[in-house]
Ligand binder design. Structure first.
Ligand code: GLU
Length: 300
């Protein structure tokens, strides 16, 4: 049976929204308001010479592509602090390379640019709500998945007409999503070309929804959940998730050793509880249930 997180988190969104508003913490909630957990930073790790792991641990720094505008998964606060589950996953992996969080260079990676950034060697890995699929796997390799999301719709809270993707047919609703994303493809069967509005980043869609320039924003549930939680009741999610979006760690094509290393780091994190703490400090502040690490793919 398909996992449907929205059925479970609906009430939690509402409850957490109230608590956060009452405490005046609405701003910080998006990134996971509490103290970021700390993870093991391995001292002097040993890796086979010539591997990506050896190069990175030797350099003592790593460039990680993520989102900067997605509360709960990848958010850059005004003070430059990075927050979110993707950020925590990236810190966990870096720690196993002997690289401390302050030595990570964060590179903003909009959806349409992720493969390019990896191919051009501008980032060492991408952890950015990045769905593993065959098309992308032609150009990059993926470790993971470390989480499974699903696409859903977000509308203004007073919207009674849009109840799920089928209700978009013939509605004339303007539907916003991001160029180069899987949601921009998956939504096409439900709408006319003229209904589709594409931006570079989801926060632009969210803003356009707030100003009535579009009627619907569609992407992964956990991204939209962050916007709903910060919207002070202005937005809501409607319908069920209608796709499966397994999130992978994007790395250069064919770096099997690096992929195996990342998978090992993820498996260990699930065993030590670091994975669970990462979730609870970020997305878990809004979504009630802590996920289990999905079954990992084999590395190619
Ligand atoms: N997970 C989907 C994707 O990789 C949507 C989220 C995003 O654009 O980052 O395209």
């Amino acid at each position: 049976m398909r996992w449907n997180p929205m059925l479970r988190v609906g009430a939690a969104v509402f409850a957490v929204g109230l608590v956060a508003a009452a405490c005046g913490q609405q701003e910080s909630l998006g990134g996971g308001g509490g103290q970021a957990p700390e993870y093991e930073v391995v001292q002097d790790p040993r890796f086979a010479p010539g591997t990506t792991m050896a190069e990175l641990s030797e350099a003592g720094t790593i460039r990680i592509g993520t989102k900067f505008d997605q509360p709960l998964f990848g958010l850059r606060n005004l003070d430059g602090q990075m927050r979110g589950f993707d950020v925590e996953i990236a810190k966990i992996i870096s720690g196993q390379l002997g690289i401390a969080p302050e030595d990570i260079e964060w590179v903003q990676s909009p959806s349409a640019q992720r493969e390019d950034l990896i191919e051009r060697g501008e980032v060492d890995m991408v952890v950015a709500t990045y769905t593993i699929n065959d098309e992308r796997a032609q150009r990059v390799s993926f470790a993971g998945p470390y989480y499974q999301a699903g696409q859903i719709l977000m509308v203004r809270s007073d919207n009674q007409e849009i109840t799920g993707p089928d209700s978009l047919r013939g509605s004339g609703a303007r539907v916003c999503t991001v160029t180069g994303s899987t949601p921009s493809e998956n939504i096409r069967p439900f709408i006319e070309e003229s209904q589709l509005v594409l931006f570079q980043q989801y926060s632009q869609c969210r803003d356009a929804l707030g100003t009535d320039q579009v009627d619907v924003v569609t992407t992964d549930n956990v991204i939209l959940l962050g916007y709903v939680a910060n919207s002070e009741g202005q937005f809501k999610l409607v319908g069920d998730t209608f796709t499966e979006e397994p999130y992978g760690v994007g790395i250069p094509k064919g770096d099997v050793q690096f992929c195996l290393f990342i998978n090992q780091a993820l498996t260990e994190a699930a065993g030590t509880g670091a994975y669970q703490r990462a979730w609870e400090a970020t997305a878990g502040t809004v979504a009630e249930e802590t996920p289990e690490l999905p079954e990992l793919n084999s590395c190619r």
